[in-house]
Design a protein around this ligand. Structure first.
Ligand code: GZL
Length: 330
């Protein structure tokens, strides 16, 4: 939370922040001048939102960005500044500092990795701009660095994938394609999966950075290094689709010679299920722009919010039909 003193809209007040609930508004806009620069009191115009998106690395991210932009619109009362960081933390930190200089009312961002944010999060806190964490998580020493986090339960996704493997392929020799190293999604999916399957069943790991090209390259090397692997757990569909290319180039049948368990559930990933090249996919729903909009409006209005909001996920196996895939929103 924002420490002991915050500005609520229209008046400065010393507010004791509750452990879980939080009222937070950006500074500025009240007669005491505030610190948020140009921000205005509720109802006097759009909410200025700075959104730092980590990149455009995967089908999941594309769908997430589309959902965010479809919800955070002028018609919905938002003046959005959206910045893509091309998966570089330094770009996100620059964007966050620019948002402070612009005097936005609310900052939303999906941190590419969990650590390295303390300095800029402290600067944002000092500027009294509330932060909504989207999707990825942070590991920071800054107390009350953000108002709330909205995203998926990455560890549960890993656990769900691991449980399917232990039930269906308990003796599998598993290779694990990890997402961006140090990202919350990578750390927690690995923790959830490995705990269930047991490290003794994992022959090797490598990062494909959540991209198709890097997933393909990592799998090409893994096929050489671990010729006895017979199951791939990939932290996202895009790396799994790249791995399929590598397997087929090596004369392996994906989904048969090497089972593939993936996370995300984007259309191309579910199509691979229909095509029998993926065997199991745990969804990580990227379409939650409306929930982000609702959260931002509540933050701006100074309403209390839960510390986190978990986005609902499900899982799919090869019984999924082409019609179901075609009907998917993303
Ligand atoms: C998960 C998200 C991950 C996806 C990847 O919520 O952060 O990042 O699983 C994406 O596809 O790159």
């Amino acid at each position: 939370m924002f420490g002991k003193t915050m500005r609520t809209r229209g008046l400065a007040a010393v507010v004791t922040v509750l452990a879980l609930g939080l009222t937070a508004c950006s500074g500025g806009g009240d007669e005491t001048g505030g610190t948020g620069g140009q921000s205005a009191a509720p109802g006097s115009g759009p909410i200025k939102v700075g959104f730092s998106q980590l990149g455009a690395e995967s089908g999941w991210r594309t769908a997430n960005t589309e959902s965010v932009k479809a919800s955070l619109t002028a018609e919905n009362g938002i003046d959005l500044t959206f910045v893509d960081a091309q998966q570089k933390q330094e770009n996100q930190i620059k964007a966050l500092r620019d948002f402070i200089d612009q005097g936005v009312d609310v900052i939303a961002f999906s941190p590419v990795v969990e650590t390295g944010w303390d300095e800029v999060l402290q600067e944002i806190k000092d500027a009294e701009i509330p932060v909504v964490l989207v999707d990825r998580t942070v590991d920071t020493t800054v107390v009350d660095a953000y108002v709330t986090w909205i995203g998926a339960d990455f560890e549960a996704e890993g656990t769900t994938a691991g449980e399917w493997v232990t039930v269906n392929y308990p003796d599998a020799k598993i290779f694990e394609l990890q997402g961006t190293l140090g990202s919350g999604a990578q750390v927690d999916r690995e923790a959830g999966f490995d705990t269930i399957v047991g490290q003794q069943n994992i022959v090797g790991k490598a990062s494909g950075n959540f991209t198709r090209a890097e997933g393909k390259a990592a799998m090409e090397a893994a096929l050489q290094a671990y010729p006895d692997m017979d199951l791939l757990f990939t932290h996202n569909d895009d790396m799994g689709l790249g791995a399929i290319e590598a397997m087929e180039a090596a004369g392996k049948k994906p989904g048969e010679d090497i089972q593939i368990v993936s996370v995300d559930g984007v259309r191309d990933g579910l199509q691979a299920l229909v095509d029998k090249k993926f065997n199991y996919v745990v969804e990580c729903n990227p379409v939650f722009g409306d929930q982000i909009l609702d959260t931002i409006k509540k933050v701006y209005a100074g309403e209390q919010l839960p510390r986190e909001t978990i986005v609902f996920d499900q899982a799919f196996d090869q019984t999924i039909t082409q019609a179901e895939v075609d009907a998917r929103a993303y």
